[in-house]
Design a protein around this ligand. Structure first.
Ligand SMILES: [Ca+2]
Length: 506
């Protein structure tokens, strides 16, 4: 069963007083609005509804109570591959986006250096949604165009990509040209773009970057793709206001809001001195370790906590708007994050690793889907990944004739309380950041990592050992071989590329 019969039934019962024919009304209302909120570097337990006793997210927590919450939601461990995978529905090896290019380390023989720009041959979900009649806006972080896309033409890259210095705007004129605007939101299917460009944090507009007062979060934002307004104060508030303005202009629907906040990515800028003082005086969470530790660390985490709270307040503003505009029942809200928490801003003693690592601390994110009267609230233990969003959007929008290749699966069965077909999740990271190049398979309770240079493996049972403290590769050779065979078969079937120095055949 899919959702449409249900939606049509709801619509049909509400038709008596509208004066519209059933056909007119069902065509409009069967296509829900979608608000897709993506936080940047928000860790899986950096929200109350996933167990934090330190961070304060009352709006998200109350939304979560009315939502399907995914207990095992996965992304890639950094921004670039996650955002490329989310927006294209395609694996890293197809887009060539393996990690944030400027963070890579090592020699080209041992790596496939990451692309920054997602090529035009990999279409984004905005295109089919636009063709379906959606009005779409992108707000916030984009990051899937590089500062110099021309540098990315000779693949594989012999050296990693570079970026302009903070405050350098010499790239801007080229990015405003029709040629490079092809890689921007408005070139890729969105009707409007607020603030999306190549950079991954808002401080880059300032000569002193992270050390700039306000770090790009406090106005003036110095983002050439945001037109300053006199009442600008705080970036997360401004992006939300523009999202609400867009929804208000397109109330008749359907609209798609791609609200990809820059927050709470570093720099950790206090939303207010009052909020900072509140979190500085608050006791830490002894389970996760959040808000604990030496004063310098505590200050950064407290500042980060004010940004998480601001994010939460803005999610509350969106929900309030939808309620007041009478749009709530016909709007799906999807809220998640692009990778695990940054170890400089937060902490999670329940998990191994943090942003950048291939362990659960780097890969797990909070995730919920809210659609009153259509999605039964609860908790879902099915592992899901960012790749699943594109096909989910298509199914929600009623698009069943999309012909392009997608790697994920629609989550709509889970929204209907039905199981998904058993499947494995895969990651392929062919360049070096925190871990050497590797690929990963996650299936059932098990997770296997294979490093690509020498072929060595690690095996974890996440049900028994969520913290990945006990490598079972030697103790459970049969399970390890079972997982490894499936991982290698996946690489072989998809012609997944390996770094030049790899000893592996596939
Ligand atoms: Ca990120």
């Amino acid at each position: 069963m899919n959702l449409y019969p249900l939606v049509l039934a709801i619509v049909a019962t509400g038709l008596a007083n509208t004066g519209m024919s059933a056909e007119e009304s069902s065509t409009k209302s069967a296509t829900p609005n979608i608000v897709f909120i993506l936080a940047d570097d928000l860790g899986v337990q950096d929200v109350g509804f996933m167990g934090s006793q330190y961070f304060e997210t009352p709006n998200l927590d109350s939304l979560a109570e009315q939502s399907l919450v995914f207990n095992q939601a996965y992304m890639y461990p950094t921004c670039s591959p996650s955002r490329a995978a989310i927006l294209t529905g395609r694996q890293s090896f197809r887009t060539g986006c393996y990690t944030v290019p400027v963070l890579e380390r090592g020699h080209f023989e041992d790596n496939l250096f990451s692309r920054w720009t997602v090529g035009l041959e990999d279409p984004l979900y905005a295109r089919p949604l636009r063709d379906q009649g959606y009005k779409l806006i992108h707000l916030g972080k984009w990051h899937i165009v590089g500062p110099k896309p021309g540098q990315e033409s000779n693949l594989p890259l012999r050296q990693k990509l570079t970026q302009p210095k903070n405050g350098d705007l010499s790239w801007l004129a080229a990015h405003q040209s029709a040629e490079l605007q092809q890689y921007y939101p408005t070139g890729r299917g969105f009707h409007e773009n607020v603030g999306g460009t190549w950079w991954g944090d808002p401080a880059r507009g300032y000569d002193n970057g992270y050390l700039a007062p306000g770090g790009g979060y406090v106005a003036p934002f110095k983002n050439p793709f945001i037109v300053d307004k006199p009442d600008d104060e705080w970036l997360t508030d401004r992006l939300t206001s523009d999202a609400i303005d867009f929804m208000d202009r397109h109330k008749e629907g359907p609209f798609f809001i791609n609200l990809h906040y820059y927050a709470p990515h570093r720099p950790s800028v206090p939303r207010s001195e009052e909020a900072l003082a509140h979190f500085l005086s608050k006791e830490g969470d002894p389970v996760t370790g959040q808000g604990m530790g030496p004063l310098k660390k505590k200050r950064e985490v407290a500042a980060y906590a004010t940004m998480v709270k601001s994010l939460d307040e803005n999610v509350g503003r969106i929900a309030d708007y939808l309620d007041k505009a009478g749009l709530r029942d016909n709007t799906v809200m999807i809220i998640t994050s692009d990778n695990g928490f940054n170890g400089l801003q937060s902490r999670n003693d329940n998990l191994r690793g943090a942003k950048g690592y291939v362990y659960e601390g780097g890969l797990r994110v909070p995730a919920l889907i809210n659609w009153p009267k259509n999605v039964t609230p609860g908790r879902c233990d099915e592992p899901i990944q960012g790749l699943d969003l594109f096909p989910t959007f298509l199914e929600l929008a009623g698009i069943d004739d999309y012909q392009e290749m997608l790697d994920g699966d629609s989550l709509v069965p889970l929204l209907n309380g039905e199981p998904m077909e058993e499947r494995a999740l895969f990651w392929h990271l062919a360049s070096t950041y925190k871990n050497p190049p590797c690929s990963i398979i996650r299936k059932g309770d098990w997770k296997l990592i294979q490093y690509l240079k020498k072929g060595n493996i690690e095996l974890y049972n996440l049900h028994a050992d969520l913290k990945e403290s006990h490598d079972l590769a030697m103790e459970k050779p049969e399970q390890a071989q079972l997982m490894l065979r499936e991982l290698v078969a996946w690489r072989k079937a998809n012609s997944v590329p390996l770094p030049p120095s790899s000893v592996l055949d596939h």
